[in-house]
Design a protein around this ligand. Structure first.
Ligand code: ADP
Length: 190
């Protein structure tokens, strides 16, 4: 199996690049942000609980997200691999993911880290907020809070995967297709 993590701060382009990657490599896309928003839109108990965190720009509790990912992976058994987008976002999530993949007799192949500076990210998110309808993209305080969460809880994953020799960094500013070409080169090198 080919199991990728697309890593980077909010607004780095993880969703955009994931769409292109799943098409080329025939992977199942798992975006915890999309799954959480679908739960919220369906008005489930999980979705309502998650929304309290999302609307403040805070991370949803690990056990909620991990359970959701597990269900999704089980429902997709038989695929050639996964691309994880927006997951893991904490060390406990990364440890849980390693354990789950081991149950499936597989592992993370590589982690693709999109590098984008914060000023550019805020610009992109505010712009997305005008069209996406996402409440967490419309308010600068909420956006800054998401960056704080990223710095404190998600950035340590860089070392976690670098220690496993699985972290590859890719410039995330430029043409979408050019970034995609660079990501493919990283994937093809594993
Ligand atoms: P972005 O990467 O632009 O922040 P996402 O759609 O990935 O957008 O996530 C939106 C929100 O959903 C996050 O700010 C967070 O509240 C919640 N969320 C998504 N994935 C996770 C996760 N793995 N762990 C905890 N919370 C998550």
């Amino acid at each position: 199996m080919l199991n990728l993590i697309i890593f980077g701060p909010p607004g780095a382009g993880k969703g955009t690049q994931s769409e292109k990657i799943i098409e080329r490599y025939q992977l199942a896309h798992i975006s915890t942000g999309d799954l959480l928003r679908a739960e919220r839109n369906a008005g489930t108990e999980l979705g309502n609980k998650a929304n309290e965190f999302i609307s403040k720009g805070e991370l949803v509790p690990d056990e909620v997200v991990i359970g959701m990912v597990r269900n999704f992976m089980v429902s997709k058994s038989g695929v050639q691999g996964f691309i994880f987008d927006g997951f893991p976002r904490t060390i406990p999530q990364a440890e849980a993911l390693d354990a789950m993949l081991m149950e499936f007799d597989t592992a993370i192949s590589t982690v693709l880290g999109l590098e984008v500076v914060e000023d550019e990210l805020v610009k992109r998110l505010m712009l997305r907020g005008q069209t996406s309808g996402r409440v967490d993209d419309q308010d600068e305080d909420t956006i800054r809070n998401r960056f704080r969460e990223y710095q404190n809880k998600t950035l340590p994953l860089k070392d976690y995967y670098a220690n496993q020799k699985k972290y590859q960094s890719v410039q995330g500013i430029g043409e979408i297709d050019e970034i995609f070409t660079n990501l493919c080169a990283c994937i093809d090198a594993v």
